[in-house]
Design a protein around this ligand. Structure first.
Ligand code: UD1
Ligand code: CA
Length: 457
């Protein structure tokens, strides 16, 4: 069966009150239009009708989707006529056209397949997906006459009794090609909005006694996004579904209601996600990790058995058994080998940290390479930036960097060397040596007694 698909995405989305085109608003980290594109990805030829901010929308399309420009948006029926007249569509040899709106991200592939199957099987002219909803306000209503599907009436055109109907049009259709091409030209703008309604095709089919098919689905899968509030509703629905599917795969969630996960995140069975975590981008969480509470992880790989508490991690890699936080910040390019600890108020950036090394508290490691079993004590920092350029710090294995030291890069601390606490290190420390930079301590005997006596006078 040769079936083409089109996504309608030319509208302005006025009710969003946002400068971003509606279909580019993110839902679980992916633009809304990606859900529509994924839903019809298996169809042969795929088009997107674009209009409002079409350049911005077009650059965000998948490669196999052909943009069709509808310069003036005169209604959903007009959008389809623009497609049919376009040179891109001209040689399309489809038998059916699937039409979906760009603003219905909950749409399910299996519902679309059922729609297609039913239309084909019943040799219908047109099929649509509908749902029964508690609050039908704003949607087109499914009007039936003695059980015959007669027409769709828009909210603005509906009579009081039609407004009571709570079966609504999802805006998702499968239309037989010859019926579509024959009748698209006869749509009229005789309605309150003075638009060409694609939905009027139902009444045309009814009057010509051609088959009309209805596939009823759950309200949840056709929720449209017309406002920020509906965007939030849809995102919450998808979020619940996503966390539910992670739980089915064996991931533990302490509090799904405070957990935010992008669709693109991968979590292995056996991981535990505690309350209030945000996992985004291409993050991968391996088995036996305990993440949270209160952590943000973006585009990072967290290896097996790692524990992350109250921390922020961005574009970092942890091999396995990392102990991170509380209150650590792993920035872009942090690459931690097995059994590394980065503890309280420590920050790392563009640095390799070797197996078993520790940065336990109050430290900054930037543009550095720490080999195995390095101890980077409290208050130690790499002075990596001279105001113009970044420089590298190298710390060889088993080195011990004492507390409150500054390693002024470029500098190398040799294998097994020690840096004395409080030092400002500007020269390399050879292997096994002690590097110390400190004034001699002076103790003034009896000082406090004399001070106290003076104050009493
Ligand atoms: C439409 C349906 C309504 C259905 C609802 C489901 C019509 C007349 N009404 O109403 O029955 O219940 O969807 O959400 O079809 N678009 C274009 N070009 C245009 C006009 C619209 O591409 O000229 C696109 C929009 O960007 C949007 C989709 O078509 O993605 C639907 O348009 P919208 O204005 O949101 O229609 P609704 O009033 O929601
Ligand atoms: Ca809509």
């Amino acid at each position: 069966m040769n079936i083409s698909g089109v996504i309608l995405a030319a509208g302005q989305g006025t009710r969003m009150k946002s400068p971003l085109p509606k279909v580019l608003h993110n839902v679980l980290g992916s633009p809304m239009i990606n859900y529509a594109q994924e839903a019809i990805s298996d169809l042969k030829n795929k088009y997107v009708v674009v209009g409002h901010q079409y350049k911005t929308v077009t650059v965000n399309l998948f490669e196999s989707f052909i943009p069709i420009l509808q310069e003036e948006q005169l209604g959903t029926g007009h959008a389809i006529s623009i497609l049919l007249e376009s040179s891109e569509y001209k040689n399309d040899e489809n038998e059916y056209l699937v039409v979906i709106p760009g603003d219905v991200p909950l749409i399910k592939k299996e519902d679309l397949q059922k729609l297609i199957d039913d239309v084909v099987q019943e040799k219908a002219a047109i099929g649509i997906i509908t749902a029964f909803v508690d609050n039908p306000y704003g949607y087109g209503r499914i009007v039936k006459n003695n059980d015959e599907f007669e027409k769709i009436v828009e909210e603005t055109d509906a009579s009081e009794s039609e407004k009571q109907i709570n079966e609504i049009n999802s805006g998702i259709y499968c239309i037989e090609k010859t019926f579509l091409e024959k009748n698209i030209g006869s749509l009229e703008t005789t309605n309150i909005q003075k638009e060409f309604y694609l939905t009027d095709l139902i009444n045309i089919a009814f009057q010509n006694k051609l088959g009309r098919v209805i596939v009823q689905v759950n309200e949840d899968s056709i929720q449209g996004v017309n406002s920020m509030s509906q965007l939030n509703d849809v995102e919450n629905t998808l979020r619940k579904q996503l966390i539910e599917s992670h739980m089915e795969n064996g991931v533990y969630f302490q509090d799904p209601s405070s957990t935010y996960i992008d669709k693109s995140v991968h979590i292995e069975a056996g991981a535990k996600i505690l309350a209030n975590c945000h996992l985004t981008g291409k993050t991968i969480i391996d088995k036996d990790c305990v993440i949270g509470p209160n952590s943000i992880i973006n585009d990072s790989k967290i290896g097996e058995g790692s524990v992350i508490q109250f921390s922020v991690i961005d574009e970092a890699v942890i091999k396995s058994n990392g102990m991170i936080g509380p209150y650590a910040h792993l920035r872009k390019g942090s690459n931690l080998d097995e059994n590394v600890k980065v503890g309280a108020f420590a920050e790392t950036k563009n640095s390799k940290i070797g197996k078993g090394s520790k940065v336990p508290h109050l430290a900054y490691v930037g543009d550095a390479e720490l080999e195995e079993d390095v101890n980077f004590s409290a208050g130690a920092i790499t002075v990596n930036y001279d105001g113009k350029e970044k420089h590298k710090t190298e710390i060889k294995k088993n080195a011990f960097v004492g507390s409150d030291t500054m390693l002024v890069a470029p500098v190398t601390i040799g294998e097994g060397a020690m840096v004395g606490a409080g030092s400002v290190i500007t020269k390399d420390v050879p292997p096994g040596a002690l590097g110390i930079e400190r004034n001699d301590q002076k103790n003034i005997e009896g000082y406090m007694d004399r001070k106290n006596k003076k104050e009493k006078k």
